[in-house]
Design a protein around this ligand. Structure first.
Ligand SMILES: Nc1ncnc2c1ncn2[C@@H]1O[C@H](COP(=O)(O)OP(=O)(O)OP(=O)(O)O)[C@@H](O)[C@H]1O
Ligand SMILES: [Mg+2]
Length: 309
Protein backbone atom coordinates (compact mmCIF):
# COMPACT_ATOMS: atom_id res chain seq x y z
CA UNK A 1 0.00 0.00 0.00
CA UNK A 2 1.16 3.56 -0.72
CA UNK A 3 2.25 5.39 2.43
CA UNK A 4 1.27 8.70 0.83
CA UNK A 5 -0.86 9.52 -2.14
CA UNK A 6 -1.70 13.08 -3.07
CA UNK A 7 -3.91 13.69 -6.07
CA UNK A 8 -4.49 16.91 -7.94
CA UNK A 9 -3.93 19.19 -4.98
CA UNK A 10 -4.82 22.82 -5.48
CA UNK A 11 -4.65 25.76 -3.08
CA UNK A 12 -5.27 29.43 -3.73
CA UNK A 13 -4.64 31.98 -0.98
CA UNK A 14 -6.90 35.01 -0.95
CA UNK A 15 -5.89 37.92 1.23
CA UNK A 16 -7.63 41.31 0.89
CA UNK A 17 -7.50 41.84 -2.88
CA UNK A 18 -4.54 39.53 -3.54
CA UNK A 19 -4.96 36.10 -5.01
CA UNK A 20 -1.99 33.69 -4.95
CA UNK A 21 -2.31 30.35 -6.71
CA UNK A 22 0.23 28.67 -4.43
CA UNK A 23 -0.45 25.10 -5.58
CA UNK A 24 -2.11 24.47 -8.93
CA UNK A 25 -1.75 20.78 -9.50
CA UNK A 26 0.31 18.44 -7.36
CA UNK A 27 -0.01 14.67 -7.51
CA UNK A 28 2.54 12.29 -6.07
CA UNK A 29 2.88 9.07 -4.19
CA UNK A 30 5.47 7.46 -1.93
CA UNK A 31 5.81 3.79 -1.02
CA UNK A 32 7.06 2.51 2.34
CA UNK A 33 10.85 2.82 2.65
CA UNK A 34 11.11 5.33 -0.21
CA UNK A 35 12.58 8.83 0.03
CA UNK A 36 11.05 11.41 -2.32
CA UNK A 37 12.92 14.71 -2.68
CA UNK A 38 10.36 17.44 -3.29
CA UNK A 39 12.35 20.25 -4.86
CA UNK A 40 11.57 23.68 -6.23
CA UNK A 41 12.58 27.34 -6.06
CA UNK A 42 11.42 29.66 -3.25
CA UNK A 43 7.69 30.20 -3.43
CA UNK A 44 7.07 27.15 -5.67
CA UNK A 45 4.42 25.82 -3.28
CA UNK A 46 6.33 23.09 -1.42
CA UNK A 47 5.39 24.10 2.12
CA UNK A 48 1.78 24.70 1.10
CA UNK A 49 1.66 21.21 -0.45
CA UNK A 50 3.19 19.64 2.66
CA UNK A 51 0.68 21.40 4.90
CA UNK A 52 -2.14 19.93 2.83
CA UNK A 53 -0.55 16.47 3.07
CA UNK A 54 -0.14 16.88 6.83
CA UNK A 55 -3.82 17.74 7.20
CA UNK A 56 -3.02 21.29 8.39
CA UNK A 57 -4.73 23.16 5.57
CA UNK A 58 -7.67 22.05 3.50
CA UNK A 59 -7.02 21.78 -0.26
CA UNK A 60 -9.40 23.67 -2.56
CA UNK A 61 -9.37 20.64 -4.83
CA UNK A 62 -7.84 17.17 -4.81
CA UNK A 63 -7.24 14.72 -2.02
CA UNK A 64 -4.65 13.13 0.24
CA UNK A 65 -4.42 9.55 1.52
CA UNK A 66 -2.04 8.49 4.26
CA UNK A 67 -1.80 4.69 4.25
CA UNK A 68 -5.16 4.70 2.52
CA UNK A 69 -7.07 7.13 4.73
CA UNK A 70 -7.90 10.81 4.35
CA UNK A 71 -6.28 13.04 7.03
CA UNK A 72 -8.90 15.73 6.42
CA UNK A 73 -11.77 13.36 7.23
CA UNK A 74 -10.25 10.73 9.43
CA UNK A 75 -7.98 12.09 12.18
CA UNK A 76 -6.68 8.55 12.78
CA UNK A 77 -4.75 9.00 9.51
CA UNK A 78 -2.63 11.61 11.29
CA UNK A 79 -1.47 8.99 13.75
CA UNK A 80 0.35 7.32 10.87
CA UNK A 81 2.18 10.52 9.95
CA UNK A 82 4.95 12.59 11.52
CA UNK A 83 6.11 15.99 10.28
CA UNK A 84 9.06 18.29 10.84
CA UNK A 85 7.90 21.62 9.49
CA UNK A 86 9.83 24.83 8.86
CA UNK A 87 11.30 26.36 12.00
CA UNK A 88 10.77 23.39 14.38
CA UNK A 89 7.19 24.35 14.93
CA UNK A 90 6.36 20.87 16.13
CA UNK A 91 7.96 21.28 19.57
CA UNK A 92 7.09 23.38 22.60
CA UNK A 93 10.02 25.57 23.55
CA UNK A 94 9.14 25.93 27.23
CA UNK A 95 8.81 22.20 27.79
CA UNK A 96 11.73 19.79 28.13
CA UNK A 97 12.51 17.18 25.45
CA UNK A 98 11.06 14.45 27.65
CA UNK A 99 7.84 16.41 28.23
CA UNK A 100 7.52 17.17 24.52
CA UNK A 101 7.93 13.51 23.59
CA UNK A 102 5.38 12.35 26.17
CA UNK A 103 2.89 15.05 25.24
CA UNK A 104 3.06 14.43 21.49
CA UNK A 105 3.22 10.65 21.93
CA UNK A 106 -0.07 10.70 23.83
CA UNK A 107 -1.56 13.14 21.31
CA UNK A 108 -0.68 10.66 18.55
CA UNK A 109 -2.47 7.82 20.29
CA UNK A 110 0.15 6.19 22.55
CA UNK A 111 -0.53 5.44 26.20
CA UNK A 112 1.47 7.53 28.65
CA UNK A 113 3.72 4.56 29.41
CA UNK A 114 4.35 3.82 25.72
CA UNK A 115 5.08 7.49 25.00
CA UNK A 116 7.56 7.62 27.85
CA UNK A 117 9.32 4.46 26.76
CA UNK A 118 9.49 5.44 23.11
CA UNK A 119 10.62 8.98 24.09
CA UNK A 120 13.52 7.72 26.19
CA UNK A 121 14.62 5.33 23.44
CA UNK A 122 14.63 8.19 20.91
CA UNK A 123 16.51 10.57 23.24
CA UNK A 124 19.12 7.88 23.64
CA UNK A 125 19.34 7.27 19.92
CA UNK A 126 19.68 10.98 19.15
CA UNK A 127 22.25 11.47 21.89
CA UNK A 128 19.98 13.83 23.81
CA UNK A 129 19.48 11.87 26.99
CA UNK A 130 21.70 14.28 28.95
CA UNK A 131 19.35 17.14 27.93
CA UNK A 132 16.10 15.32 28.60
CA UNK A 133 15.14 17.76 31.39
CA UNK A 134 16.46 21.00 29.90
CA UNK A 135 13.84 23.36 28.41
CA UNK A 136 13.97 23.22 24.62
CA UNK A 137 14.74 26.92 24.30
CA UNK A 138 18.09 26.27 26.03
CA UNK A 139 19.18 23.60 23.53
CA UNK A 140 21.42 24.28 20.54
CA UNK A 141 19.77 24.54 17.17
CA UNK A 142 21.03 21.14 16.06
CA UNK A 143 19.71 19.57 19.27
CA UNK A 144 16.35 21.26 18.74
CA UNK A 145 16.23 19.89 15.22
CA UNK A 146 17.05 16.39 16.42
CA UNK A 147 14.31 16.70 19.02
CA UNK A 148 11.89 17.82 16.30
CA UNK A 149 12.75 14.57 14.50
CA UNK A 150 12.30 12.54 17.67
CA UNK A 151 8.87 14.11 18.28
CA UNK A 152 7.85 13.33 14.69
CA UNK A 153 8.93 9.71 15.19
CA UNK A 154 7.67 9.02 18.71
CA UNK A 155 4.60 7.08 17.51
CA UNK A 156 6.51 5.16 14.78
CA UNK A 157 4.74 6.72 11.79
CA UNK A 158 4.54 5.18 8.32
CA UNK A 159 5.11 8.54 6.70
CA UNK A 160 7.49 11.34 7.61
CA UNK A 161 7.14 14.80 6.06
CA UNK A 162 10.34 16.87 6.33
CA UNK A 163 10.31 20.53 5.29
CA UNK A 164 13.94 21.69 5.06
CA UNK A 165 15.19 19.57 7.94
CA UNK A 166 18.82 20.71 7.60
CA UNK A 167 18.15 24.46 7.35
CA UNK A 168 20.67 26.35 9.48
CA UNK A 169 22.46 23.26 10.75
CA UNK A 170 26.24 23.01 10.84
CA UNK A 171 28.16 20.40 8.87
CA UNK A 172 28.17 17.81 11.64
CA UNK A 173 24.50 18.18 12.55
CA UNK A 174 23.64 18.01 8.82
CA UNK A 175 25.55 14.72 8.56
CA UNK A 176 23.68 13.40 11.63
CA UNK A 177 20.34 14.31 10.05
CA UNK A 178 21.35 12.59 6.80
CA UNK A 179 22.26 9.40 8.65
CA UNK A 180 18.95 9.59 10.49
CA UNK A 181 16.95 9.98 7.30
CA UNK A 182 18.66 6.91 5.84
CA UNK A 183 17.99 4.88 8.97
CA UNK A 184 14.35 5.91 9.17
CA UNK A 185 13.79 5.01 5.51
CA UNK A 186 15.58 1.68 6.01
CA UNK A 187 13.13 0.88 8.80
CA UNK A 188 10.32 1.06 6.22
CA UNK A 189 9.03 4.60 6.76
CA UNK A 190 8.18 6.66 3.65
CA UNK A 191 9.83 10.10 3.62
CA UNK A 192 9.02 13.29 1.76
CA UNK A 193 11.94 15.67 1.96
CA UNK A 194 12.19 19.27 0.81
CA UNK A 195 15.60 20.88 0.73
CA UNK A 196 17.49 23.55 -1.17
CA UNK A 197 20.71 21.58 -0.65
CA UNK A 198 20.56 19.56 -3.83
CA UNK A 199 23.56 17.42 -2.94
CA UNK A 200 21.53 16.10 0.01
CA UNK A 201 18.59 15.34 -2.28
CA UNK A 202 20.93 13.57 -4.70
CA UNK A 203 22.48 11.48 -1.94
CA UNK A 204 19.33 10.52 -0.07
CA UNK A 205 16.44 10.32 -2.46
CA UNK A 206 15.07 7.39 -4.45
CA UNK A 207 12.99 9.70 -6.58
CA UNK A 208 12.65 13.39 -7.25
CA UNK A 209 9.72 15.68 -8.00
CA UNK A 210 10.49 19.21 -9.16
CA UNK A 211 7.85 21.83 -8.47
CA UNK A 212 7.60 25.27 -10.01
CA UNK A 213 4.78 27.80 -9.69
CA UNK A 214 2.56 25.21 -8.08
CA UNK A 215 3.00 22.53 -10.74
CA UNK A 216 5.21 19.45 -10.96
CA UNK A 217 7.58 19.86 -13.90
CA UNK A 218 9.42 16.57 -13.63
CA UNK A 219 9.13 13.43 -11.58
CA UNK A 220 11.48 10.48 -11.91
CA UNK A 221 13.72 8.09 -10.02
CA UNK A 222 16.81 10.06 -8.99
CA UNK A 223 19.33 7.98 -10.92
CA UNK A 224 17.14 7.95 -14.03
CA UNK A 225 16.82 11.73 -13.94
CA UNK A 226 20.59 12.09 -13.63
CA UNK A 227 21.22 9.56 -16.40
CA UNK A 228 18.74 11.19 -18.70
CA UNK A 229 20.28 14.60 -18.32
CA UNK A 230 23.88 13.43 -18.47
CA UNK A 231 25.65 13.28 -21.80
CA UNK A 232 27.72 10.30 -22.86
CA UNK A 233 31.07 11.99 -22.47
CA UNK A 234 34.01 10.00 -21.13
CA UNK A 235 37.34 11.13 -19.80
CA UNK A 236 40.38 8.86 -19.69
CA UNK A 237 43.61 9.75 -17.95
CA UNK A 238 46.78 7.90 -18.93
CA UNK A 239 49.54 7.18 -16.49
CA UNK A 240 52.22 8.44 -18.94
CA UNK A 241 52.04 10.81 -21.95
CA UNK A 242 51.10 9.17 -25.25
CA UNK A 243 53.32 9.05 -28.30
CA UNK A 244 52.57 11.21 -31.34
CA UNK A 245 51.41 8.33 -33.53
CA UNK A 246 48.77 7.26 -31.02
CA UNK A 247 47.60 10.84 -30.49
CA UNK A 248 47.10 11.17 -34.25
CA UNK A 249 45.17 7.89 -34.33
CA UNK A 250 42.95 9.02 -31.47
CA UNK A 251 42.24 12.37 -33.08
CA UNK A 252 41.38 10.63 -36.32
CA UNK A 253 38.47 8.87 -34.61
CA UNK A 254 37.19 12.12 -33.08
CA UNK A 255 38.76 12.00 -29.60
CA UNK A 256 40.35 15.09 -28.05
CA UNK A 257 43.72 14.70 -26.39
CA UNK A 258 44.81 17.22 -23.80
CA UNK A 259 48.41 17.53 -22.62
CA UNK A 260 49.20 14.17 -24.21
CA UNK A 261 47.64 12.36 -21.23
CA UNK A 262 43.93 13.13 -21.00
CA UNK A 263 41.51 11.84 -23.62
CA UNK A 264 37.93 13.07 -24.06
CA UNK A 265 35.33 11.10 -26.01
CA UNK A 266 31.72 11.92 -26.78
CA UNK A 267 30.26 8.52 -27.58
CA UNK A 268 30.30 5.11 -26.06
CA UNK A 269 31.16 3.60 -29.47
CA UNK A 270 34.44 5.50 -29.70
CA UNK A 271 35.35 4.29 -26.24
CA UNK A 272 36.00 0.78 -27.59
CA UNK A 273 38.03 2.11 -30.53
CA UNK A 274 40.06 4.18 -28.09
CA UNK A 275 40.79 1.13 -25.94
CA UNK A 276 41.91 -0.65 -29.06
CA UNK A 277 44.37 2.13 -29.85
CA UNK A 278 45.62 2.31 -26.28
CA UNK A 279 46.05 -1.48 -26.17
CA UNK A 280 47.41 -2.29 -22.75
CA UNK A 281 48.97 1.04 -21.83
CA UNK A 282 48.41 1.82 -18.15
CA UNK A 283 45.45 4.09 -17.35
CA UNK A 284 44.92 6.19 -14.25
CA UNK A 285 41.14 6.20 -14.59
CA UNK A 286 38.15 6.18 -16.94
CA UNK A 287 35.30 8.44 -15.91
CA UNK A 288 31.84 9.02 -17.30
CA UNK A 289 31.01 12.68 -17.05
CA UNK A 290 27.74 13.09 -15.19
CA UNK A 291 25.51 16.09 -14.70
CA UNK A 292 24.86 16.72 -11.06
CA UNK A 293 21.44 17.47 -9.69
CA UNK A 294 22.12 21.20 -9.45
CA UNK A 295 22.68 21.49 -13.22
CA UNK A 296 19.63 19.35 -13.93
CA UNK A 297 17.45 21.30 -11.53
CA UNK A 298 18.46 24.64 -13.05
CA UNK A 299 17.89 23.33 -16.56
CA UNK A 300 14.38 22.05 -15.77
CA UNK A 301 13.37 25.14 -13.81
CA UNK A 302 14.77 27.55 -16.44
CA UNK A 303 12.96 25.79 -19.24
CA UNK A 304 9.91 25.90 -17.00
CA UNK A 305 7.93 23.48 -19.09
CA UNK A 306 6.95 19.96 -18.25
CA UNK A 307 9.63 17.54 -19.33
CA UNK A 308 8.88 14.02 -20.43
CA UNK A 309 10.74 12.31 -17.63
N1 LIG B 1 -0.61 31.86 4.51
C1 LIG B 1 -0.42 32.39 3.32
N2 LIG B 1 -1.19 33.41 2.87
C2 LIG B 1 -1.00 33.93 1.63
N3 LIG B 1 -0.08 33.49 0.76
C3 LIG B 1 0.72 32.49 1.14
C4 LIG B 1 0.60 31.89 2.44
N4 LIG B 1 1.52 30.89 2.55
C5 LIG B 1 2.20 30.89 1.37
N5 LIG B 1 1.72 31.83 0.53
C6 LIG B 1 2.21 32.08 -0.85
O1 LIG B 1 2.11 30.87 -1.57
C7 LIG B 1 3.23 30.73 -2.45
C8 LIG B 1 3.92 29.40 -2.16
O2 LIG B 1 4.51 29.46 -0.87
P1 LIG B 1 5.19 28.20 -0.15
O3 LIG B 1 5.55 28.61 1.22
O4 LIG B 1 4.30 27.03 -0.31
O5 LIG B 1 6.50 28.01 -1.05
P2 LIG B 1 7.78 27.08 -0.84
O6 LIG B 1 7.94 26.29 -2.09
O7 LIG B 1 7.68 26.34 0.44
O8 LIG B 1 8.97 28.14 -0.80
P3 LIG B 1 10.35 28.15 0.08
O9 LIG B 1 11.34 27.34 -0.72
O10 LIG B 1 10.73 29.59 0.07
O11 LIG B 1 10.08 27.61 1.43
C9 LIG B 1 4.10 31.96 -2.25
O12 LIG B 1 3.78 32.88 -3.26
C10 LIG B 1 3.66 32.46 -0.89
O13 LIG B 1 3.82 33.86 -0.79
MG1 LIG C 1 8.82 26.29 2.16
Amino acid sequence: MKALEAYNLKKTYRQSNQVVEAVKNVSLSIFPGEVLAFLGPNGAGKTTSIKMMAGLIQPDLGWVRIAGSDPHRNPAALQKMGAVLEGNRNVYWRLTPQENLEYFGVLKGLSHREARKSGIALLEKFDLLHKSRTPVQQLSRGMQQKLAFAVALVHQPLLLLLDEPTLGLDVEATEDVKVLIREIAASGCAILLTTHQLSIAEELSDKIAILQKGEILAEAPTQELIRQFSGTAYKIEMEAPLDKARIAELEAIGADVEGGKIIYINELESLYKVFNILKNLPLNYVEKEQSDLTEIFLQIVREGTKSNV
